[in-house]
Ligand binder design. Sequence first.
Ligand code: ADP
Ligand code: MG
Length: 503
Amino acid sequence: IYWNFQQNFDTFGKFFEHIFQKPLTGYQRTWARRFLLSKSFTLVAPTGVGKTTFGLVASLFLALNGKKSALVFPTVSLAQQSFERLEEFKAKIENANTVKILLFNSSMTKSRKEEFEKRFLSCDFDILIITTQFVSKRKDVLSKMFFDLVFVDDVDAILKSSKNIDTLLQMIGFSEDEIEKAFERLRSKNKENGQDTVSNGSKNKGMLIVSSATAKPQGLKPLLFRELLGFEIGRFTFNIRNITNIRIRKRSKEKLLEIINILKDGILLFVNTEEEGKEIVKFLAENGIKIGTTWINFEEEFELFKERKLNVICGVSSYYGKLIRGIDLPDRIKYCIFWGTPSFRFSVDIDKAPRFVLERVFVEYLEEHPKLKEYFKNVENLQTEKLRQLVLKYISEETYNKIVQELFSHLKITDDGKLVIPDVPTYIQGSGRTSRMFEMRLTKGISILFEEDDTVFESLKSRLMFLLDEEWIEENDVELESLIVEVEESRKSRNEDSNIIDI
Ligand code: ADP
Ligand code: MG
């Protein structure tokens, strides 16, 4: 049975809705995704968007799967409140009466304190609710315990003491030695000779989720989080975009021409190969479309596109392709069209998979682990087993299996025995050209995909859903004209508005 991320994501969503009577918000969906991949991360968002609620539900979700959590709050009253909310949530779930929640409250009666102490020391709980102060006072005990999840609500308070950071890291399974070494690495600016001190990452470690409305920690110690867990406090790790994805089932040139004539201008056209591209460009040019290409005279043609002398520019969709990267023309690029899903094809024997295919698989991890990324650059034809061993230095086996299964749960095998995997990062990069932050507003874009194969399409769709929470519209449900109006509206200059206000 394959671990299916989408299914698990749905389960978590339903679980949340069941106890909360409301669906996850957009923020919470993003957090849920990372949480289900067992990633440590920061929830940076203003107050009131549901950080605490998310932490409570997440800990309950884990408890029902036999995993332990610690919830850390800045004050006793917040801890008490959360305990009460958690008990309420618990009452809404049928088989949750076995879940043990233990609250520390400094104003407990003596007998209550004794009971707490007994249960605390014997780890007789699924969810431990404590305060920042408790973390400092009882660091000796806490640092020897193991938690699958440590959720720190309002991390700013706890970061005031650097000793607390060590304790939190120890609670999710880092040894003092690992922490010390990471700290040393950070202190020595000379990272050139760091080849054999590759960070141990989060292998067999618990998850640390910290919440903050404004986190801007000072000092070196918080950087430990980045060194050991691959995240930096106060950094947004996901992109904001506003793109409508449209799928067109039939790969027909006539349809392509029709669509380009509706969109008119500001279009990037992606093809899978140059040969394919030449044929398409010829057809479109013969039908009166002003189209340029990247493969003959890129600089010149791109300049013409910029000056609006060309309406469409065509390029090959590869991750490092000229159109995919390095172009930032938010007011100029409004639409992109993919003539076929960007994809890799390789022989079914995964060990013969080219290095870059596997690199793509772990692209999210590479972004977070610069050293791993560097390593990849220097290795050609890395075998799967070697890659596995390498990656396991950074992430747990469980997470590795999840990613691989998630990726391989939608496989297309062609008649000639090739595996086809959509190149999702390239799709995201390419379509992302149409939606950017521009003069303090987010431009809207449309991405149109011609794809006949349902398996390939479903695979792309589910990955995109998983990574960005983006949905698809089928061509019959699309009102292209009204979408175009939205696209244009989002690009209207700010000055027009402010002029009106000035008057
Ligand atoms: P934060 O910790 O980010 O300040 P809270 O978790 O305390 O946010 O939530 C703020 C308010 O929003 C609370 O009243 C909570 O009940 C409510 N809330 C949380 N999640 C949702 C949701 N998914 N849908 C609707 N309301 C929510
Ligand atoms: Mg809160």
